[in-house]
Write a protein that binds this ligand. Structure first.
Ligand SMILES: O=C([O-])CC(=O)C(=O)O
Length: 172
Protein backbone atom coordinates (compact mmCIF):
# COMPACT_ATOMS: atom_id res chain seq x y z
CA UNK A 1 0.00 0.00 0.00
CA UNK A 2 1.30 3.45 -0.91
CA UNK A 3 1.12 4.73 2.61
CA UNK A 4 3.78 2.27 3.67
CA UNK A 5 6.22 3.41 0.98
CA UNK A 6 6.94 6.66 2.73
CA UNK A 7 6.01 5.82 6.30
CA UNK A 8 8.82 4.98 8.69
CA UNK A 9 8.64 1.41 9.82
CA UNK A 10 9.70 2.38 13.34
CA UNK A 11 7.79 4.64 15.73
CA UNK A 12 9.43 7.76 17.21
CA UNK A 13 8.80 6.29 20.67
CA UNK A 14 10.73 3.13 19.80
CA UNK A 15 13.54 5.19 18.26
CA UNK A 16 13.84 7.27 21.43
CA UNK A 17 13.80 4.15 23.61
CA UNK A 18 16.45 2.45 21.49
CA UNK A 19 18.79 5.45 21.25
CA UNK A 20 18.92 7.01 24.71
CA UNK A 21 22.68 7.57 24.36
CA UNK A 22 22.17 9.49 21.11
CA UNK A 23 19.49 11.62 22.82
CA UNK A 24 21.89 12.41 25.64
CA UNK A 25 24.70 13.25 23.22
CA UNK A 26 22.44 15.48 21.12
CA UNK A 27 22.91 13.32 18.06
CA UNK A 28 19.18 12.60 18.25
CA UNK A 29 16.86 15.50 19.10
CA UNK A 30 13.11 15.93 19.57
CA UNK A 31 11.50 19.08 18.20
CA UNK A 32 9.85 20.92 21.07
CA UNK A 33 7.59 21.92 22.60
CA UNK A 34 5.19 19.08 21.80
CA UNK A 35 2.31 20.56 19.86
CA UNK A 36 4.44 23.28 18.25
CA UNK A 37 3.71 21.82 14.82
CA UNK A 38 0.29 20.61 13.68
CA UNK A 39 -0.13 17.59 11.39
CA UNK A 40 -1.49 18.05 7.85
CA UNK A 41 -1.31 15.97 4.68
CA UNK A 42 -2.39 12.38 4.13
CA UNK A 43 0.54 10.69 5.87
CA UNK A 44 0.65 11.01 9.63
CA UNK A 45 4.05 9.29 9.67
CA UNK A 46 6.94 10.12 7.39
CA UNK A 47 10.71 10.04 7.40
CA UNK A 48 13.72 10.83 5.26
CA UNK A 49 16.88 12.86 4.92
CA UNK A 50 16.31 16.58 5.17
CA UNK A 51 16.69 19.32 2.61
CA UNK A 52 16.59 22.71 4.29
CA UNK A 53 15.44 26.23 3.46
CA UNK A 54 15.54 29.47 5.41
CA UNK A 55 12.98 31.95 4.13
CA UNK A 56 10.76 34.72 5.46
CA UNK A 57 7.28 35.32 4.07
CA UNK A 58 8.51 34.36 0.60
CA UNK A 59 7.97 30.82 -0.72
CA UNK A 60 9.83 31.05 -4.05
CA UNK A 61 12.51 28.64 -2.82
CA UNK A 62 9.86 26.23 -1.53
CA UNK A 63 8.46 25.86 -5.04
CA UNK A 64 11.97 25.64 -6.50
CA UNK A 65 12.86 22.81 -4.09
CA UNK A 66 9.64 20.88 -4.62
CA UNK A 67 10.14 21.04 -8.39
CA UNK A 68 13.21 18.83 -7.88
CA UNK A 69 12.99 15.06 -7.41
CA UNK A 70 12.30 14.52 -3.70
CA UNK A 71 13.75 11.01 -3.59
CA UNK A 72 12.02 10.42 -0.26
CA UNK A 73 13.49 13.50 1.39
CA UNK A 74 11.79 15.78 3.90
CA UNK A 75 11.81 19.49 3.06
CA UNK A 76 12.45 21.47 6.24
CA UNK A 77 11.40 25.11 5.85
CA UNK A 78 12.43 27.59 8.52
CA UNK A 79 9.94 30.34 7.84
CA UNK A 80 11.01 32.33 10.88
CA UNK A 81 7.79 31.38 12.65
CA UNK A 82 5.79 33.94 10.69
CA UNK A 83 2.03 33.62 11.05
CA UNK A 84 1.29 36.40 8.55
CA UNK A 85 1.08 34.34 5.33
CA UNK A 86 1.29 30.77 3.99
CA UNK A 87 4.48 29.20 2.62
CA UNK A 88 2.78 26.07 1.25
CA UNK A 89 -0.56 25.45 -0.44
CA UNK A 90 -2.43 22.85 -2.42
CA UNK A 91 -0.49 23.26 -5.66
CA UNK A 92 2.84 22.86 -3.92
CA UNK A 93 1.46 19.89 -1.99
CA UNK A 94 0.56 18.18 -5.25
CA UNK A 95 3.98 19.01 -6.66
CA UNK A 96 5.62 17.44 -3.60
CA UNK A 97 3.61 14.25 -4.00
CA UNK A 98 4.33 14.08 -7.73
CA UNK A 99 8.07 14.51 -7.17
CA UNK A 100 8.16 11.98 -4.34
CA UNK A 101 9.00 14.11 -1.34
CA UNK A 102 8.04 12.20 1.78
CA UNK A 103 7.18 15.23 3.85
CA UNK A 104 7.41 18.97 4.46
CA UNK A 105 7.99 20.65 7.81
CA UNK A 106 7.18 24.35 7.93
CA UNK A 107 8.11 26.65 10.79
CA UNK A 108 5.44 28.96 9.48
CA UNK A 109 1.96 28.60 8.02
CA UNK A 110 0.30 26.70 5.19
CA UNK A 111 -3.02 27.07 3.35
CA UNK A 112 -5.45 24.95 1.28
CA UNK A 113 -5.46 22.36 4.04
CA UNK A 114 -8.30 20.38 2.46
CA UNK A 115 -6.26 20.01 -0.72
CA UNK A 116 -3.12 19.17 1.23
CA UNK A 117 -5.09 16.49 3.09
CA UNK A 118 -5.50 14.76 -0.30
CA UNK A 119 -1.74 14.75 -0.98
CA UNK A 120 0.19 11.59 -0.17
CA UNK A 121 2.82 13.37 1.88
CA UNK A 122 3.22 14.25 5.54
CA UNK A 123 3.12 17.92 6.53
CA UNK A 124 3.78 19.72 9.80
CA UNK A 125 3.28 23.45 10.25
CA UNK A 126 2.59 26.01 12.95
CA UNK A 127 -0.90 26.57 11.60
CA UNK A 128 -2.84 27.92 8.68
CA UNK A 129 -3.16 31.31 7.02
CA UNK A 130 -5.29 32.14 3.98
CA UNK A 131 -2.86 34.71 2.52
CA UNK A 132 -0.14 33.76 0.04
CA UNK A 133 3.47 34.74 0.54
CA UNK A 134 5.76 36.97 -1.52
CA UNK A 135 7.50 35.45 -4.57
CA UNK A 136 10.71 37.46 -4.84
CA UNK A 137 13.19 34.59 -4.64
CA UNK A 138 14.56 35.58 -1.24
CA UNK A 139 16.06 33.07 1.15
CA UNK A 140 18.80 30.48 1.61
CA UNK A 141 18.87 26.80 0.76
CA UNK A 142 20.94 23.92 2.17
CA UNK A 143 21.75 25.81 5.36
CA UNK A 144 21.49 24.80 9.00
CA UNK A 145 18.18 26.07 10.34
CA UNK A 146 17.04 26.51 13.93
CA UNK A 147 13.57 26.11 15.41
CA UNK A 148 11.73 23.79 17.77
CA UNK A 149 14.62 24.03 20.19
CA UNK A 150 17.20 22.52 17.87
CA UNK A 151 19.38 23.01 14.85
CA UNK A 152 18.48 20.98 11.76
CA UNK A 153 21.24 20.52 9.21
CA UNK A 154 20.75 19.48 5.59
CA UNK A 155 21.14 15.72 5.27
CA UNK A 156 20.16 14.95 8.85
CA UNK A 157 17.40 12.38 9.17
CA UNK A 158 13.86 13.35 10.13
CA UNK A 159 11.35 10.92 11.66
CA UNK A 160 7.81 12.15 12.24
CA UNK A 161 4.71 10.46 13.56
CA UNK A 162 1.76 11.22 15.83
CA UNK A 163 4.03 11.40 18.86
CA UNK A 164 6.54 13.93 17.60
CA UNK A 165 9.33 14.85 15.21
CA UNK A 166 12.89 13.55 15.62
CA UNK A 167 16.05 14.83 13.99
CA UNK A 168 19.03 12.49 13.87
CA UNK A 169 22.58 13.07 12.78
CA UNK A 170 22.68 9.55 11.30
CA UNK A 171 20.12 7.20 9.79
CA UNK A 172 18.49 5.13 12.56
O1 LIG B 1 1.82 29.18 -4.33
C1 LIG B 1 1.68 29.47 -3.14
O2 LIG B 1 1.99 30.53 -2.65
C2 LIG B 1 1.09 28.46 -2.24
C3 LIG B 1 -0.19 28.01 -2.79
O3 LIG B 1 -1.19 28.67 -2.72
C4 LIG B 1 -0.23 26.70 -3.46
O4 LIG B 1 0.75 25.96 -3.39
O5 LIG B 1 -1.28 26.37 -4.01
Amino acid sequence: MALKETSPSVATTDLCDAHEEKLQAGDLRVLSPPGLLQPYGMLRSFAGPSATLKVFEDNSLVREALEQPGEGRVLVVDGGGSTRCALLGGNLGQLAEKNKWSGIIVFGCIRDVDEIAECKIGVRALGTHPRKSLKRGAGDKDVAVSFGGTIIRPGEFVYADGDGVLVSRSKL
